[in-house]
Write a protein that binds this ligand. Structure first.
Ligand SMILES: [Ca+2]
Ligand SMILES: [Ca+2]
Length: 463
C-alpha cells in the first residue's frame, strides 16, 4: 500500500500485508554485493541513505490528519553569509510542484526539540489519548541567551525554556507560529494560536502575550529586574496541538521596530523616517533604495550584524503632504489640492483629521486609506461631507483580496461623484477612537486610478 513502516515491522500497520525486511547496511560498513564505497561522494550518499533509514525507523507516525502521514526529509545547509530572513521551500516531483512552506534563516544560535512522533486521533471525551507522553527530561530545555528555539506543540502540551539572565538586560522574545504555517484547513482558528509567558525561578508570572496588536504571533519586551533564572513557556491558546503547530521563538537583546512614521513616501524623494521600537539606540533603519519602484517594500533596522523585524513601507508616485493639526472639524480643515497622499496619524483619542478640497459637479474622487495593510493599528473610518455638512459618502472597511495574511480588512476606500461645484470635506478617524505614535495612515485623495491585478489561486496546479 506504500505506507512507511518501521524497519523492524513484519506486517504493514495499514493493510496487514507481510513485509520483506530490508537489508540495511550497518553504519560504517558496506553491503558486500556493492563492494566498498570508492569515492567521497559515494560515502556521503551511503551515509545519507543510512540517516534516512534511521529517520523512517524512528518514526511511529499515527497522525490524526492524512496529510501528515506522508513524509519528506530535506537537508538544508545555510551559507555562512546568507542574509537573515524568510525563504520558501517547495517539493518538486514528477507529479508537480508543492505549495510553499516558510524557512527562516536566523541570526543567533539555534536549538531544536525532538520532532513529534505521534498525535493519535482525538476522540470526543478521550482527548487525553491524543496527548503526547513527553518524557519528563524533555519538558524543560535549558538555553542561553541569545537563542532561537524550534519546536512543535502537541495537544495539551506546554514547552518550557529555562535561561539565566542579568539585571538590566533588555530581552526581546519574539515568536513565529502563524507566520510559519498560516492556514491549517481543518483547524478553528486555522492556525497555531501561540501564547508566551515569562516566569521567574519561583514560578511567578512576569510577562504574558497572546497577540502582538492584530498579529496572532506574540512578542514580549522584558527588562530583566534582577540576576537569576527565568522560564519562558509556549502553548496553544486553547491547548490544541498537532504536527503542523510548529514555532520559532527568538530571545535576545535584538532590535525590534514597533512602528514607523510616515508609512511611505514619493518615489525618488528623500524621506526622514521616525522609528519606534525596542533595542534601537544603535540601530539604523534602511529605507528603500533610491531607484526603488512604486509599491510595498519591506525595510528593517540593523544594529551591527543584528537585523530587526521587517516592516512595510509604501512608495507612490503622487505628491505627498503631512497632516497638520488643528484640523478636527470642517471650520479648521486642512486645504489640499488633488491628487495628494496625506501622511498622518491619530494624535490623541477621538482625533479627526479633516481635509478640504474644491470639487466640480460630476467629478469623481477617491479617498483610500493604507494603514492596516502597512502594519498600523489604525482602523480607519472615512466620510465625505458637502459645504452644508450633509454626508454624501462614507466607508469603514474595504475588502482587499491582495491583503495576504491580514484577515482584518480595516482600511477604508470610497469613490464618490460630486453633485455640484463647491467645497467638500474628507473626514478621517479611528473607528475605535484610539490614538498613539503607531496609529499612522496614508490617505490618498485623487481621481480614480484604473488598474488591475491578476492573481492565481491556488498557488500550484498539478496537471
Ligand atoms: Ca486632527
Ligand atoms: Ca475601518
Amino acid at each position: 500500500c506504500g505506507r512507511l513502516n518501521p524497519l523492524e515491522a513484519t506486517v504493514c500497520s495499514n493493510c496487514n500485508a507481510n513485509l520483506v525486511k530490508p537489508k540495511a547496511p550497518k553504519p560504517g560498513k558496506t553491503n558486500a554485493k556493492n563492494g566498498p564505497p570508492k569515492t567521497e561522494k559515494e560515502v556521503a550518499k551511503q551515509n545519507l541513505i543510512e540517516r534516512i533509514q534511521r529517520r523512517f525507523a524512528e518514526d511511529e507516525r499515527n497522525a490524526a490528519v492524512r496529510a501528515h502521514t506522508e513524509l519528506v526529509f530535506a537537508e538544508v545547509t545555510v551559507a555562512p553569509d546568507a542574509k537573515p530572513g524568510r525563504r520558501e521551500i517547495r517539493v518538486i516531483t514528477k507529479r508537480g510542484i508543492s505549495n510553499a512552506m516558510s524557512f527562516y534563516v536566523g541570526q543567533v544560535p539555534e536549538v531544536a526539540r525532538k520532532p513529534m512522533k505521534t498525535a493519535r486521533k482525538p476522540v470526543l471525551g478521550k482527548e487525553y489519548l491524543a496527548q503526547r507522553k513527553r518524557p519528563p527530561e524533555e519538558e524543560t530545555m535549558r538555553i542561553t541567551v541569545p537563542c532561537t528555539m524550534n519546536g512543535q506543540i502537541a495537544a495539551g502540551e506546554v514547552n518550557r525554556y529555562r535561561f539565566p539572565a542579568s539585571k538590566g538586560q533588555r530581552l526581546l522574545i519574539w515568536a513565529k507560529a502563524r507566520q510559519l504555517v498560516p492556514y491549517v484547513a481543518d483547524g478553528v482558528p486555522g492556525w497555531f494560536q501561540a501564547v508566551l509567558r515569562l516566569h521567574d525561578a519561583k514560578g511567578k508570572e512576569l510577562a504574558y502575550n497572546d497577540d502582538f496588536r492584530f498579529n496572532p504571533d506574540p512578542v514580549i519586551y522584558f527588562e530583566v529586574p534582577e540576576d537569576g533564572d527565568y522560564v519562558l513557556t509556549i502553548n496553544e491558546a486553547i491547548f490544541r496541538g498537532r504536527e503542523s503547530f510548529v514555532y520559532r521563538i527568538t530571545i535576545g537583546e535584538l532590535p525590534f521596530v514597533t512602528s514607523i512614521f510616515p508609512l511611505g513616501g514619493r518615489v525618488g524623494k528623500p524621506v526622514k523616517i521616525e522609528t519606534n521600537g525596542w533595542n534601537l539606540e544603535k540601530a539604523a533603519l534602511t529605507p528603500p533604495a533610491k531607484d526603488a519602484k512604486p509599491g510595498r517594500h519591506l525595510i528593517a533596522a540593523t544594529n551591527g550584524k543584528l537585523v530587526s523585524n521587517y516592516v512595510p513601507f509604501a512608495l507612490d508616485t503622487l505628491p505627498e503632504c503631512l497632516d497638520k493639526e488643528p484640523n478636527n472639524e470642517p471650520s479648521k480643515a486642512q486645504k489640499v489640492s488633488l491628487p495628494i497622499i496625506v501622511n498622518g496619524r491619530a494624535d490623541r483619542p477621538g482625533d479627526w483629521d479633516v481635509f478640504e478640497v474644491e470639487g466640480k459637479a460630476g467629478q469623481t474622487i477617491v479617498a483610500e486609506v493604507h494603514a492596516r495593510r502597512l502594519g498600523s493599528p489604525f482602523d480607519s473610518f472615512v466620510k465625505v461631507t458637502g459645504a452644508d455638512g450633509k454626508i454624501i459618502a462614507l466607508n469603514d472597511d474595504h475588502y482587499d483580496a491582495a491583503s495576504g495574511l491580514n484577515t482584518d480588512h480595516a482600511d477604508s476606500y470610497l469613490m464618490v461623484k460630486l453633485p455640484a461645484d463647491g467645497k467638500y470635506f474628507i473626514h478621517l478617524g479611528d473607528t475605535r477612537r484610539h490614538a498613539g505614535k503607531a496609529y499612522a495612515y496614508r490617505l490618498r485623495i485623487s481621481q480614480p486610478q484604473p488598474d488591475f491585478a491578476l492573481r492565481l489561486v491556488p498557488s500550484r496546479i498539478i496537471m
